[in-house]
Design a protein around this ligand. Structure first.
Ligand code: 1HA
Length: 270
């Protein structure tokens, strides 16, 4: 099998191989820095993956060996945000972070080279991260006049602990893949040449598992970390399952048939 293009975009590649989708930030000349247009294309690609029932797992990566993503493109940073084709200053990477978190399918970051700034937060919000041994992880916000005080700080602290999260932000130093692994920031380090093979092997393991079970595991962790929005997600998943049950259907059918619902026949489990 080989990668086949799903949609042609200008700043990303969007491909699939059977049940696996791959989204690649394709601006290697700037270490895969993103503009609002890059982000909009990623939002569209992730939305496609969300809607397509045959896609079970999504890989997010960057083109080339030098970088996963170097964060927001500082050369298109305006006042109040980054400026794309429509001339509107945006921080739309925050919308993408939310989408990666709520999409009910595993998202795996495949990191080669630099993972920096807002790019490193994209890696953070992915469910799993497989890194090449040349990967380096760094926040730079306090050096370049930026910060991510949302997932980039509070959620980072949940993942690597408060002391380490403060160190990462206060010193803005790079961490090797091995150091990131020891912090629990990422899941696995492999030689650069093996990173896609290893990531695909993880995808294949995931694809053998019950998609509904994986969906609830992801939602359960969001329920713990994302407040009412996280609770809404797992509650919505419960509604989805309830709609598929005879008990749920009885309520709908009774309404449509203009009769009283008969819920007597449904068991009251302990
Ligand atoms: O914090 C946020 C946000 C917070 C809240 C809400 C939304 C947010 C959205 C975004 C962000 C941020 O991402 S802020 C952090 C922005 N990123 C950075 O500060 C990283 C800047 N880059 C670097 O530190 C380094 O380039 C590097 C460690 C990634 C790679 O170093 P290396 O391998 O030595 O390459 P270098 O020569 O520096 O870069 C290669 C080319 O890529 C250069 O182009 P040239 O000037 O030679 O034409 C360089 O300028 C360009 N480049 C690299 N990163 C960026 C970039 N151009 C624009 N923006 C970049 N981020």
């Amino acid at each position: 099998a080989e990668w086949k293009t799903i949609t042609t975009y200008s700043e990303i590649l969007f491909e699939r191989m059977d049940h696996i989708a791959k989204i690649t930030i394709n601006r290697p000349e700037v270490r895969n820095a993103f503009t609002p247009d890059t982000i909009q294309e990623m939002i569209e690609a992730f939305t496609y993956c969300r809607d397509d029932e045959s896609i079970g797992v999504i890989i997010l990566t960057g083109q080339g060996d030098l970088a996963f993503c170097s964060g927001g493109d500082q050369k298109v940073r305006g006042n109040g945000g980054y400026v794309g084709k429509d001339k509107i200053a945006r921080l739309n990477v925050l919308d993408l972070q939310r989408l990666i978190r709520v999409i009910p399918k595993p998202v795996i970051a495949m990191v080669r080279g630099w993972s920096v700034g807002g790019g490193n937060i994209l890696q953070l919000v992915c469910d799993l991260t497989i890194a090449a041994d040349n990967a380096q992880f760094m926040q730079t916000g306090p050096k370049v006049g930026s910060f991510d005080a949302g997932y980039g700080s509070a959620y980072l602290a949940r993942v690597i602990g408060h002391k380490k999260a403060k160190e990462v932000w206060f010193l803005c130093k790079p961490y090797t893949a091995q150091e990131a692994l020891e912090m629990g920031w990422i899941n696995k380090v492999v030689p650069l040449a093996d990173v896609e093979k290893e990531t695909l092997a993880w995808c294949q393991e995931i694809l053998k598992k019950s998609p509904t079970a994986l969906r609830f595991i992801k939602a359960a962790m969001n329920a713990d970390t994302d407040g009412l929005a996280g609770l809404q997600q797992i509650a919505g998943d419960s509604t989805m399952l309830f709609y598929e049950s005879d008990e749920g259907k009885e309520g709908r059918d009774a309404f449509v048939e203009k009769r009283e619902p008969d819920f007597d026949k449904f068991p009251k489990f302990p």
